[in-house]
Structures are given as structure tokens and as C-alpha cells.
Write a protein that binds this ligand. Structure first.
Ligand SMILES: *Cc1c(COP(=O)(O)O)cnc(C)c1O
Length: 441
């Protein structure tokens, strides 16, 4: 009873001091995995967020009968609105984030046998689009403090075959763009920002995705801006946006009608539908507020977790003026948890009502990549000798270790209250206090 009361008082205070005191009370309780009471039983905020705004927008498109961008105005309107929101000069909406990257590589002239610099800590689509071009992904190791590509190691990976750099703003935090853009300028290489996780993230006050030659976004269901599937390319170049448009429209330039049968280039159909665009316009009414909430909660969570030995939240570079927090990423050092393996830590955390995952595996070691590079389609541009050199260069030891220690929380968990953040920290402290017992079960 006394404990209940003081606990409530501390929570009402909502301060870090209150949280620490609450945690101190809680650690005496058994972990949920060992039969104790979980720290939390309510779910975290659900995703997606929607209301009548989305219903109305979708019904309007449905009833109009204009479902294709050539008939309606929603995709045009979305492109204008997203460009305005990000401060970009041009925006092209696409079918998804993968196609935004694929279109960019085509527009920037990446050719078979070229080398494209990529990070190993990313979603597989970043690599697949390079392979789709019959180009060769060159992996540059991860900066283990930030989880981003280690920009200090990029220059050593550049050869006379390098034709593009794809930095990924992983988790919604920024790659070191000052360094990357300077190297790119020096070597006259285009930069394709993979900002698929970084909606409204910023570098020195400018929106991520607006600093490279193109910036690519995903609106897939898990992303911070969601239309089920969807994507966009930002650029400040009229020439690039027109080439992107043509490529994404079966090689047909801007004035699309279904009866435009003249072709500027080869291409694909990678267009966004009117439904996706209408949904995005509705979702965008909440995007800025959600980004602010995630940023505040993310920073607060970091202030709490930094105090726990063995928990190392991903650091952001000084130039990153806003983290979009698609993922909250940290390193878990089991030495500080009586050797409790990460998988067991995650299980214990989930039992406390805190969903968490272990994230990406080392992508550069995926057998399918070597298989693709040695396939018949690649033989002309990647003969056995070149493949051997690629394998020799393909070492990312920092990333290998990071993949063994990473822990992720998803973006929706940062859409709640400060109390939610305090409970995450509380659950981790509780597990730490009982780590040796947990290690035995
Ligand atoms: C989601 C994602 C993509 C691909 O986007 P889709 O819309 O799923 O095709 C590419 N890169 C990164 C880093 C992503 O997170």
C-alpha cells in the first residue's frame, strides 16, 4: 500500500529522479520471466494512426473513379506538399522506397560493373537495387557508436570504378553528411540518400533527403509516414527529376496520358496510385507532431538509459539536428548483465511488456550476394578474379559485432508518454538486478 502510494506520487512527478526512485523500488520485484509482475501490461501506442480524415480521403478517390495519377490530381498534390514540407525543389512519388532507389540509380547513370558504396547495416533493399543494376555493392564498415556508415572509411573504398555513394540514415538518425558530401564532391560522385527511415529528420536544420543528388523515401506500412506501400524521390535538379519521371513512366516523359506512345528511354511502371497519395496527404497532417513527440521521447529515453551500465544508446552526430527515430537503437553489453545472452535479455524484456528486437544481421555476409555476383548475369562484369578481390575487401568487423549486440524499439513506442519511456528503463534495470538468476533459467 505504502509502496503503491509513493510509486504513484513519483510517477505524477514524471521526473527522471522520480523514475530512478521508482526503478529502485521495482528492482526488488522478481522479473516477469521468473513469475513476477510485469512492469507494464498496457500496449504501446498502436500503428497506424487514423481517423475520419483517412476515410474521407480514400472514399473521395474511390467515388471519383480516378485511381491513376494521369486521371486525378492527388499524386501531383502530394508531390507538391512533400516538397514544401521538406524544403526540396522537386518531388517524384513512386510505388515504394525500393523503386525510388532503383529509379535514382538509373537517372544517375549507374551501369553494369560499376561499384556503389553502401553500408552493411541497412534494410536489404539498399543492396538489392545495386544488384538489380548489375553493379557491385562495396560495403563500408559501420561506426559502432552511431550505427551509421563510417564516413571516415569511405574514401579508402573509392576506386576508378566507383560511380555512386548510398548513405543510409539508419533508424532515422543521420549519416555523417558533412564528411560524405565533401568526399563525394572531391571525387565527383553522386550521392543517393537512402532516407527511407528518416522522414523529417534533419542535418544542420535541413531535412534529410534534400542534401544529396537524390533523397529516397519509403511509405511502407512500418515507416513513419505510411500508405501501406509508397515512396518518393527528392532532388534539387530539374534534369534529374525529369529523368526519374520518364524512367518511372515506362520511358514516357511528363505529359502522361494513357495514349502517350513516344519514348525517351527504357523504363518501368513505378507510379504511385491516387489512393496512396490521398492516404499520404491525410497522414501528413499528423507527421510533424509525431516527429516532435518521437524526438522528445527518444531524447528522454536516452537520458534514462545512459545511466544504466551496459546499455549504450546510439549516439547521433553533432550535425544531426533532428533524429526521426524510425527505430530506437542501442547496444546491449552482456558483460554488465552477468553474461545474460541478448536473446534471453529480449525475452525477459518482452515478458515485462516491452517489445524489442535484435535487428539486422550482417548483410555483407549474406550468401545470396556472393551467389548473385557469381551468377551468369554478372559474369561479364564480375569475372572470378574480380569476385575474389570483392571478397577480400568485404570485411566489416565493427558491423559484425554491432549485429550481435544491437537492440531495437520501434517508432510507435516513442509516440506515447514520458511514463512509457520510464517503464522501458525500469524494465531494463529490473532485468539487470536479476541478471544472474535469469541467466540460469
Ligand atoms: C523500407 C526501406 C527501404 C525500402 O522501402 P520499401 O518501400 O519497402 O520498398 C529501403 N531502404 C531502407 C533503409 C528502408 O528502411
Amino acid at each position: 500500500m505504502g509502496e503503491q502510494l509513493s510509486r504513484r506520487k513519483f510517477l505524477a512527478a514524471g521526473s527522471a529522479a522520480g523514475a530512478a526512485a521508482t526503478a529502485a523500488i521495482r528492482v526488488v520485484e522478481k522479473p516477469a520471466l521468473l513469475g513476477g509482475k510485469p512492469v507494464r501490461t498496457e500496449p504501446f501506442p498502436s500503428w497506424p494512426v487514423m481517423d475520419a480524415t483517412e476515410e474521407k480521403a480514400l472514399l473521395e478517390v474511390l467515388r471519383s473513379g480516378k485511381w491513376f495519377r494521369g486521371y486525378g490530381k492527388n499524386v501531383d498534390r502530394f508531390e507538391e506538399a512533400y516538397a514544401r514540407m521538406t524544403g526540396a525543389r522537386y518531388c517524384l512519388a513512386t510505388a515504394n522506397g525500393t523503386s525510388a532507389l532503383f529509379i535514382s540509380l538509373n537517372a544517375l547513370g549507374v551501369a553494369p560493373g560499376d561499384e556503389v558504396i553502401v553500408p552493411p547495416y541497412t534494410f536489404v533493399a539498399t543492396i538489392n537495387v545495386v544488384l538489380l543494376m548489375h553493379a557491385i555493392p562495396i560495403f563500408v564498415d559501420t561506426d559502432p557508436e552511431t550505427f551509421q556508415i563510417d564516413a571516415r572509411k569511405i574514401e579508402a573504398a573509392i576506386t576508378d570504378r566507383t560511380t555512386a555513394i548510398i548513405p543510409v540514415h539508419i533508424g532515422g538518425s543521420a549519416a555523417d553528411l558533412d564528411t560524405i558530401l565533401a568526399i563525394a564532391r572531391k571525387h565527383k560522385l553522386p550521392v543517393i540518400e537512402d532516407a527511407c527511415q528518416a522522414h523529417l529528420g534533419e542535418w544542420r536544420g535541413k531535412k534529410l533527403g534534400t542534401l544529396g543528388d537524390t533523397g529516397c523515401f519509403s511509405f511502407q506500412a512500418s515507416k513513419n509516414l505510411n500508405s501501406g506501400e509508397g515512396g518518393a524521390i527528392l532532388t534539387s535538379s530539374e534534369d534529374i527529376v525529369e529523368r526519374c519521371y520518364t524512367f518511372h513512366n515506362n520511358g514516357r516523359s511528363r505529359r502522361v496520358t494513357s495514349y502517350n506512345f513516344s519514348y525517351q528511354s527504357s523504363g518501368h511502371n513505378l507510379r504511385m496510385t491516387e489512393f496512396q497519395a490521398a492516404l499520404l496527404m491525410a497522414q501528413m497532417t499528423r507527421l510533424e507532431q509525431q516527429a516532435r513527440t518521437r524526438d522528445q521521447n527518444g531524447q528522454y529515453l536516452t537520458s534514462l538509459l545512459r545511466e544504466i551500465p551496459g546499455i549504450e544508446p546510439a549516439r547521433t552526430y553533432e550535425g544531426c539536428t533532428r533524429n526521426a527515430y524510425h527505430l530506437y537503437m542501442l547496444r546491449y553489453r552482456k558483460e554488465h548483465f552477468a553474461g545474460l545472452p541478448r536473446a534471453k535479455f529480449l525475452k525477459a524484456l518482452r515478458a515485462e511488456g516491452i517489445p524489442a528486437s535484435d535487428g539486422y544481421r550482417p548483410l555483407n555476409r549474406e550468401p545470396f550476394i556472393k551467389q548473385t555476383l557469381s551468377s551468369r548475369a554478372f559474369r561479364a562484369v564480375c569475372p572470378p578474379e574480380r569476385l575474389r578481390q570483392w571478397e577480400e575487401r568485404n570485411q566489416c568487423p565493427e558491423n559484425d559485432r554491432l549485429c550481435e549486440e544491437a537492440v531495437w524499439f520501434t517508432q510507435n513506442m516513442l509516440l506515447g508518454t514520458r511514463r512509457d519511456m520510464e517503464q522501458i528503463a525500469e524494465a531494463i534495470r529490473k532485468i539487470q538486478a536479476h541478471a544472474s538468476e535469469l541467466a540460469e533459467v
